[in-house]
Design a protein around this ligand. Sequence first.
Ligand SMILES: *Cc1c(COP(=O)(O)O)cnc(C)c1O
Length: 411
Amino acid sequence: MLTLDFHPTGRHFLQIPGPSPVPDRILRAMSLPTIDHRGPEFGALGRKVLADIQKIFQTRHPVAIYPASGTGAWEAALTNVLSPGDRVVMYETGHFASLWHKMASRLGVQTEFLALPGSEHAVPASWRRGVQADLIEQRLTADTQHQIKAVCVVHNETSTGVTSDIAAVRRVIDAAKHPALLMVDTISGLASADYRHDEWGVDVAVSGSQKGLMLPPGMSFNALSPKAIAASKTAKLPKAFWAWDEIIEMNQGGYWPYTPNTNLLYGLSEACDMLLGQGLDAVFARHQRWGEGVRAAVRAWGLEIQCADPAVYSPVLTGVIMPEGVDADAVRKLIYERFDCSLGTGLGKVKGRMFRIGHLGDCNDLTLMAALSGCEMGLKLSGVRLSGSGVLAAMEYFAGQPMAAPSQLAQ
Ligand SMILES: *Cc1c(COP(=O)(O)O)cnc(C)c1O
């Protein structure tokens, strides 16, 4: 029986890597009355959030906002710029890259899915490292007829806790003198991990509300480039609701061609005030620091971090591989039932092999310490042999590494 009347004391620890905990300030902003989406007040709100979200993406070009989950914005990205039978190169970094790949195939695009061969601890090698740009370069250099229309990569692979060097992917596309569009899923990267749309030469970026933006689920984004907008004028995949042209036109006045999710836009406005008020550099540094503290705990436990390349550790979440024979989902279930803390499940090819600790959204050193305590107690209760206390290691890290003052972060 569903027990929605069950009311534990204190707050639930929502440590999954999205939806992330929503700050009270944002929840309060969202409780304002829903207004006329064609009225003058709404236009002012629309123009403000559209200008703010450009700053978050670090772009001067249009950003389309959809009342949809991130998956909708994936479809929007593909259908706006591609035609049936077009060839696209995608890269398998994990489960989300695999889902985007599946979607592209379902839409009638010819996909090539690049990956590193091999596996370790029954985890595919490609799921432990970021995009190897040289594999993309080889593929593009061989495509002398320029049949490949787009290269699609995930910036922060939420299923593994691994980031990818997007600027490096841009460099190899340019080095190969290839006209393919660069499309990036930064659904969980945006507003937590450094993302620079214009500087990195990304043509279409996809993001969502419920990860780094600290909002509830239900809103998603496409950040565009002039080249992507030009491609959308001739692309032939069917698109109507997702079509950028009408959205961009109506957005001039701060309106949408359909009813936008007004209360989530209030929340977005508040989230942008918080993020831009703190400064993006400070936001990125704070997530790096949390990631390092959580990894200090995992190392002290003697467990393995899913990301095998320290250069691309995710500042958003950490994947923890379980010793052989331990069911990661059984550990998660115990921690949920005993300590009211949700951890991310292993998705797709790593189901049962690992769990994920989110360090994004409304969190701080002490909420992370509490989550790590829940993990440590749960691991011990599950019979996992730990080589030391991760909680002590994380406390030492956090106490010894004060958060940098905003003045020290100014570029
Ligand atoms: C969450 C997520 C998605 C899926 O977004 P939904 O909002 O669940 O549709 C896709 N890609 C990445 C990298 C994600 O983190």
